[in-house]
Design a protein around this ligand. Structure first.
Ligand SMILES: [Fe+2]
Length: 185
């Protein structure tokens, strides 16, 4: 289940409805998904997409997403640290960033303009939708693995634009539970 921390208020939100309600005030959609039938987290991508097809189709219709895929990131991923270094600095996209977590953990930091920085730790079952243009950055947790469904409006246009604000450096990428291990860049 997702955990939200409103950092400068020293406040934590950890039940699903409260997480969804709070994130909605920041323009971020949160849902908790269950598959239509049981599916192993290490099943092939096609089986994963099939088991969540109903939710995926609903979201596609809602947000104009045209494709969905499954991404696997773990300590065996070639160039992992270089990949992570692209996303752990504050950036935005011209596309929504839509992730449904199948396995592993991740930590998003959001910095909505005029608002305080919020961190969201996500794990299996969590769907998060960051609207295009929202400033954010991402880290893995200590398990250094995440498997997720991604939805795209236009996959070719999905790239990070950096704010270069340096704000990300003021926040420890600390997950609850397993502690964060710095990338070996
Ligand atoms: Fe991003």
């Amino acid at each position: 289940m997702a955990i939200v921390k409103i950092i400068n208020e020293n406040r934590t939100v950890a039940d699903r409805q409260s997480v969804a309600d709070y994130l909605q005030t920041r323009g971020v959609r949160y849902e908790y998904w269950t598959p239509e039938y049981p599916v192993e987290s290490d099943s092939p991508p096609e089986a994963i997409l099939e088991a969540y097809a109903k939710e995926i189709e609903r979201l596609k219709a809602l947000g104009g997403y045209v494709t969905a895929d499954v991404i696997d990131v773990n300590s065996q991923t070639p160039g992992l640290d270089l990949m992570l270094a692209k996303f752990n600095r504050e950036h935005w996209h011209d596309e929504d960033e839509v992730r449904f977590i199948i396995h592993g953990h991740g930590l998003f930091h959001l910095r909505p303009k005029e608002n305080r920085v919020v961190s969201i730790q996500v794990e299996a079952g969590d769907l998060i939708l960051l609207p295009k243009g929202l400033w954010h950055w991402f880290d893995l947790c200590a398990d250094r693995q995440i498997r997720a469904i991604r939805l795209f409006q236009n996959p070719s246009g999905w790239m990070p634009y950096y704010t270069e604000s340096g704000v990300d450096r003021n926040f420890q990428p600390t997950c609850f539970g397993p502690s964060y291990i710095s990338p070996q860049v």
